[in-house]
Design a protein around this ligand. Structure first.
Ligand code: GDP
Length: 331
């Protein structure tokens, strides 16, 4: 844990200078739930606020087994070969990702983790998704200030976390596996709607034909699902890739940069970032209020009134009013 006496200006300077240990320390600080650490993290973010940043933030989602780790490793290696500096951040708690396996993340992305132009932040071990996700945005900002060119934000495609990742990313990519036509592969419609880019992975060997079919199916489906003004004509796009054979990576990167360039040119890039800032402001207020409900005094009141509501001795709306009054008085 970072020392309490550490000067945040010094830490900020070291991060900007590219010091990896400073970066890791800062992330640990940001992810800490201790009140004093929170204050320091905010101070740090304030120091980093105006430092130059230029990273493209790419959200990447896909159900377990679809090949996210393999893809990120191949794609990350491809990007670093282009002289780009890449940071990889995972949103989901490690228990979700590894299914509780002891191996966990240790064996993930071995080549990339040894690459000096890559930084891989292991999955957070906290179990509370909302908390992690809120902090992930701050982690992304710190990585941006550290001078990375590309920040990959990875999440398992199981729902809630995608919405949050989409609110952190400039571009959202969904990884799919070739499928024998079963409808949308259990991918939630909401996740599909968020995708700017669908990458059908494992387009190699016996799976090429199935990958091509999946590509065609999804191209039709996604364009029906979503057409937004911030998309140029040919987006959302569906492409085939093979993380193992490292094919399709050039096209995938080109599709990403073209979309980002287009959005920058048409003002959507900056607009989305502003909307995201507003989202996180409101979200922090909401979460802060929710956190108050966990204060012992309010928790007891909630419990008591909850029971009264069940017993029918008080109207739900009246009980809610009493709790909210209590919060107002506290603040
Ligand atoms: P994750 O759970 O989404 O991170 O998936 P992994 O990257 O761990 O990959 C799951 C399995 O799919 C592993 O056995 C990989 O070797 C395999 N896999 C990943 N990418 C490809 C690919 O491009 N082609 C083939 N044939 N298999 C792949």
């Amino acid at each position: 844990m970072p020392s309490l006496t550490m000067n945040m200006q010094t830490l900020a300077n070291r991060i900007v200078a590219g010091d990896r240990r400073a970066l890791s320390r800062a992330i640990t600080l940001v992810e800490s739930s201790r009140e004093d650490h929170r204050e320091q993290a905010l101070e740090l973010s304030e120091h980093l606020r105006h430092s130059p940043k230029h990273a493209i933030r790419i959200g990447l989602s896909g159900t377990p087994g679809v090949g996210k780790s393999t893809f990120i490793e191949s794609f990350g290696m491809h990007l670093t070969a282009l002289d780009l500096r890449v940071a990889v951040i995972a949103v989901d708690p490690s228990s979700v990702r590894s299914g509780g396996s002891i191996l966990g993340d240790k064996t993930r992305m071995e080549r990339l983790s040894r690459n000096k132009n890559a930084f891989i932040r292991p999955s957070p071990s906290q179990s509370h998704l909302g908390g992690i996700a809120r902090r992930t945005r701050e982690v992304v900002n710190i990585c941006d200030a550290a001078g990375f060119d590309v920040i990959l934000i990875e999440t398992v495609g199981v729902g809630q976390s995608e919405t949050i990742v989409a609110q952190i990313s400039d571009l959202f990519a969904l990884l799919l596996a070739p499928a024998g036509g079963d409808e949308l592969q259990g991918v939630k419609r909401g996740i599909m709607e968020m995708a700017d880019l669908i990458l059908v992975n494992k387009a190699d060997g016996d799976l090429v034909a199935a990958a091509t079919r999946t590509c065609t199916d999804f191209t039709g489906a996604i364009r029906l699902l979503r057409k937004r003004p911030q998309d140029p004509d040919e987006y959302p796009k569906v492409l085939k890739v093979s993380a193992v054979q490292e094919s399709g990576l050039v096209d995938a990167w080109e599709a990403m940069t073209n979309l980002i360039d287009w959005r920058k040119e048409h003002g959507f890039f900056a607009h989305t970032r502003r909307e995201q800032a507003q989202f996180w402001f409101e979200e922090d207020v909401r979460q802060g209020l929710l956190a108050q409900l966990n204060a012992p005094k309010l928790e007891a009141l909630m419990k008591k009134l909850g029971q009264d509501v069940i017993n029918g001795t008080i109207l739900p709306e009246k009980a809610a009013g009493m709790v909210l009054n209590e919060i107002t008085q506290e603040t």
